[in-house]
Design a protein. Structure first.
Length: 177
């Protein structure tokens, strides 16, 4: 149950589940004792996980020794999942923040509801407030995770148009005939 739970789970929460599923009546102290045995097992060096007491409950977490490896895995997975539309929307937000959804849609020329929702779920952007214009539209900006994700210390570190190779800055084909 602890392994399957997305959040910490307490011995108090485990007791009724054991009763319902296994028809086994255990006190909180008995469950705590079993949890202590599980913790002792996972504290051994051959396990990458450890059982940690959090917020009045328990949760399996990666041992600090493996943090860098697991973190890099998560970063690599996240990077692969950004679509072209997400990258375009994220770029607009990064360079124009704070920006409304309407402004993003005017630049991209397409509806951005889904893309903005996905970027919010990934915590790459956040709601920074409401504009003072008619209807008080929501303003979006990049999050601190955005900075970590792209390895940026300040917004001044964002590439500027003048920093990009000339071929990328050109529109259309120029031929001297």
């Amino acid at each position: 149950m602890i392994f399957a739970s997305e959040q910490s789970i307490s011995a108090k929460d485990i007791c009724p589940i054991l009763l319902e599923v296994h028809e086994q009546v255990l006190s909180e102290q008995e469950v705590e004792s079993m949890i202590a045995q599980i913790k002792q097992k996972y504290d051994q060096p051959e396990f990458a996980l450890t059982l940690v007491a959090l917020n009045g409950g328990y949760q399996f977490l990666t041992k600090p020794t493996y943090y860098k490896s697991i973190n890099q895995l998560q970063v690599n997975r996240s990077k692969r999942k950004l679509s072209q539309a997400a990258m375009e929307t994220l770029s607009i937000i990064a360079y124009r923040q704070p920006v409304t959804k309407l402004e993003i849609e005017q630049i991209r020329g397409v509806n951005c509801d889904y893309t903005i929702q996905k970027l919010l779920e990934k915590d790459l952007i956040s709601i920074t407030g409401k504009a003072e214009s008619v209807g008080k539209p929501i303003l979006y900006g990049t999050s601190t995770l955005f900075m970590d994700y792209f390895g940026i210390n300040t917004f001044a570190d964002l590439p500027q148009l003048k920093d990009l190779p000339t071929e990328i800055n050109e529109i259309g084909n120029y031929k001297d005939d």
